[in-house]
Design a protein around this ligand. Structure first.
Ligand code: GLN
Length: 460
């Protein structure tokens, strides 16, 4: 913290930004008084020299993280009135390091969407042009960082939900390696794909937070036991890098021409800096999106079966029978997109179609991971756009959900393969909307990704 700035003055600043940007609908709850009280306490600790490594860092939480005693709804009516019973591991570690949680952020219901139009609490608006979407599902989290309502947001990324809104809003978004951060206390969507992700305007802030929240956790046996890297140290290295990009990705007909131009100018800059860039083939591109949507919906249909009106949140009034209670609760409590996913996921898991869809998708996933790993064994990064377009207009995909699914064309590969990926801002289109570029790296190479992001984001 610089000069006369205190945690209290910083929290006040972000609270006033939240107030000014209320119409954007980025926050579902603001913990103003609580955050100020905590800031005072941390200011005191700083004076005494007893503060933690993230002292005074102001963080927002996507509405999918358990924060004890605070509302948790995954932006769904089905969790109406639900309060978290315990802290997610990522949240607990932030608190233990003296970070300050400022509020709960709007998102697509249960993380399902790419435009933040699927929230029971209404859409989030793009901060630069209100007719456009901020991306999703972590739309509120990206808008909050872009509008200086907090320094860092915790989001979740199952198929791009941190990186795509980061790209649309002009901030940096990191999806770490699957298994790097505990999912304990994160509302489940597709458990084999779900990752806790981070959004910030500064890659160093992301590095600092990641080094605190990553690492083994006794509450989640899927977390890697690998020691956490020194991300800040890795960001400062300067050996030459080997970058690949795929012909199929830059030549895809759906890619907005200005994003292709941005890709090419990033490549020029990298070669100008003495790094090597190679054009390669990746013929599997067309298979990634269908594979993702089969696996994600199958896992979602199973994960969301727990919302039955008995244990949590919303229950339909005056049901005539137990069966009717389940049916009506779920029909009334879930939004349209979530119901579409549950139906699709249940379909691919039915015994008649299991082998044709689910088993096949698992096999293709293995192939995609293998091919992706082969590239990342040979190169430091696979560079690509984050999304095929910049922020699109609100309501544009309302009648054709497949169009929205296409927004995930480039972002789902990292989740299907389980590798880390980062989206960073790289210029704007002619409407002034941010362009995001993305890089994938080998397992546990988050530090290298942060280095690349800061290399290409600086002095634009
Ligand atoms: N847009 C993708 C989906 O709707 C990804 C969402 C996410 O990463 N949570 O499934």
């Amino acid at each position: 913290m610089s000069g006369a700035e205190t945690c209290t003055s910083r929290v006040r600043h972000h609270l006033s930004r939240i107030q000014q940007g209320q119409h954007l609908n980025a926050f579902l709850s603001v913990y103003g008084e609580e955050a100020l009280k905590r800031a005072g306490y941390i200011d005191q600790k700083i004076k005494e020299g007893t503060h933690g490594p993230l002292a005074g860092l102001v963080v927002g939480l996507k509405d999918v993280f358990s924060y004890e005693g605070h509302p948790l709804q995954a932006s769904s009516k089905i969790l109406n009135g639900f309060q978290a019973q315990y802290n997610a591991t990522a949240v607990q570690r932030l608190l233990d390091a003296d970070a300050i949680v400022i509020g709960r952020q709007n998102c697509d219901e249960f993380g399902m969407g790419s435009s933040n139009e699927n929230s029971a609490f209404g859409p989030v608006l793009h901060p630069i042009n209100h007719d456009h979407v901020p991306g999703g599902s972590s739309g509120g989290s990206a808008v909050a960082v872009a509008s200086d309502m907090c320094q860092v947001s915790l989001g979740s990324d199952t198929g791009g939900s941190v990186r795509q809104p980061a790209a649309f809003c002009g901030v940096t978004g990191l999806k770490p390696t699957y298994s790097r951060i505990s999912r304990y206390g994160l509302v489940a969507y597709g458990s084999s794909l779900d990752c806790v992700g981070l959004l910030g305007s500064d890659a160093e802030d992301i590095a600092r937070v990641l080094s605190i929240i990553a690492g083994p956790d006794e509450y989640d046996s899927t977390v890697s036991g690998r020691p956490v890297n020194d991300y800040l140290g890795e960001m400062r290295q300067n050996e030459p890098l080997k970058i690949a990009y795929a012909a199929e990705m830059v030549d895809a007909p759906v890619l907005q021409p200005e994003i292709k131009v941005a890709m090419m100018s990033a490549i020029d800059r990298l070669t100008g800096m003495g790094h090597s860039v190679t054009r390669i083939d990746f013929p599997l591109l067309d298979y990634i999106l269908p594979t993702y949507y089969i696996l994600a919906t199958a896992e979602a249909s199973s994960n969301l079966s727990r919302y039955d009106g008995v244990r949590y949140g919303y229950r339909t009034p005056h049901p005539a029978s137990l069966d009717e209670m389940y049916k009506r609760t779920r029909s009334e409590g879930f939004g349209q997109e979530v119901k579409r996913r549950i139906l699709l996921g249940t379909f691919v898991l039915t015994s008649d179609y299991f082998d044709a869809y689910y088993t096949k998708a698992q096999k293709v996933r293995t192939l995609i991971r293998k091919k992706t790993k082969e590239i990342l064994d040979q190169f430091d990064f696979l560079l690509m756009p984050t999304a095929p377009t910049t922020a699109f207009k609100r309501g544009m995909h309302a009648r054709d959900p497949l169009q929205t699914y296409l927004a995930d064309l480039y972002s789902v590969q990292a989740n299907v393969a389980g590798v880390p990926a980062i989206s960073f801002p790289f210029g704007k289109d002619k409407k002034g909307l941010p362009i995001g570029l993305q890089a994938l790296a080998g397992d546990f190479q988050e530090g290298k990704l942060l280095r690349l992001a800061s290399l290409l984001t600086e002095d634009l």
